[in-house]
Design a protein around this ligand. Sequence first.
Ligand SMILES: Cc1ncc(COP(=O)(O)O)c(C=O)c1O
Length: 393
Amino acid sequence: MDRFFPYGRQCIDQDDIEKVVEVLKSDYLTTGPWVDEFEEEICKTTGSKYAVVVSNGTAALHLAALVLLKKGDKVLTTPNTFLATANSVVYAGGEVVFCDIKEDGNIDMEKAYGMLKNDPSIKAFFPVHFSGNPVDQDILKKIREELNIKILEDCAHSIGATFRMKDNSIVKAGSCTFSDLSILSFHPVKHITSAEGGAITTNSKEQYDRLRKLRTHGMQKEGFINKDMAFSEDGEENPWYYEMQEIGFNYRITDLQCALGISQIKKLDDFVARRREIARYYDEAFKDSPVIPLYEYNENSSYHLYVIRVKYKKNDLTRSAFMNFLREKNIGTQVHYIPVNKQPFYTKRGHGKETIPVMDKYYEECISIPMYPMLKDSDLKYISNTILSKVKI
Ligand SMILES: Cc1ncc(COP(=O)(O)O)c(C=O)c1O
């Protein structure tokens, strides 16, 4: 095989390129009409009332954490996530508490419920819909209704995913049905891309207004405190005037990126459909083999990642030898994730000794294999056969 298959990659066509070129020829490169249009498209896709697009998913998490947390607040999250989820708590002056996961890679929702209920010092819950498989929304609903805590859903992996509730109703990822805020990421390995980019969705007008302010330095154009500076002697509002009442950032995203995002989001359904087909292909290829897919086929998952579990030792392998073997065969893999609580930054803050046996075992065995819509069935055959040639037990 002469092509390299990364574990994830973008899918860009001529149409996407033309949409970006259109912006380059327009009057706006940033803070233009494509920003509003991308936000509208995100609302349509997720079913949330409001969306605020920002420069990346990490910026989205940062602003979301600032809106939800007070200094010193404890926040419960999963160790099986990218650093940014936990880091956002630290940015906002909070303290992270880690909860173990279940066999499907998601935070253990029953356990999380118990921890939140029994420890009133935990003020917020940041679940991650790992790999595109939403956490149990019936339990999230229970947490929302019974416990007075803030909820942020990290949907960086899960745009396009759904969850079927016990009453058969469907909850869309990013809709904030049982949360205050959700965040999305449009990094190239995700379902849709704007090169870099992210968004926060919410159903609260108040939070939406605050997030928009924080995105641009904390500047506001109404509700002024310095009335003498904001208005001229005849009572007219001064057209140049803006005011900063709290510290914000430049987390804006460009119109070039938003145009790409708009073009991409229109293809999301097709992208997710192909991801699900790929998952089915792999599931079938690994059936009755020692390669264990992370979870049984789930029609609601939007399959950002396809994770398999392998007993390396039994196969006289180390994971790094297995990854190097696959790399030589032009197959890229990755480990999602190193338990965040074991990162030196977090061990210095007293973490690392949490009892999280499911996460620890999962981390020993997991590996993500190529998953993106452009993979053809012949590619999948090559990838799965190459994996199976090395994993015998
Ligand atoms: C679960 C999760 N949250 C947040 C992020 C951060 O997104 P970004 O890379 O757009 O900053 C990522 C990115 O990989 C992620 O996987």
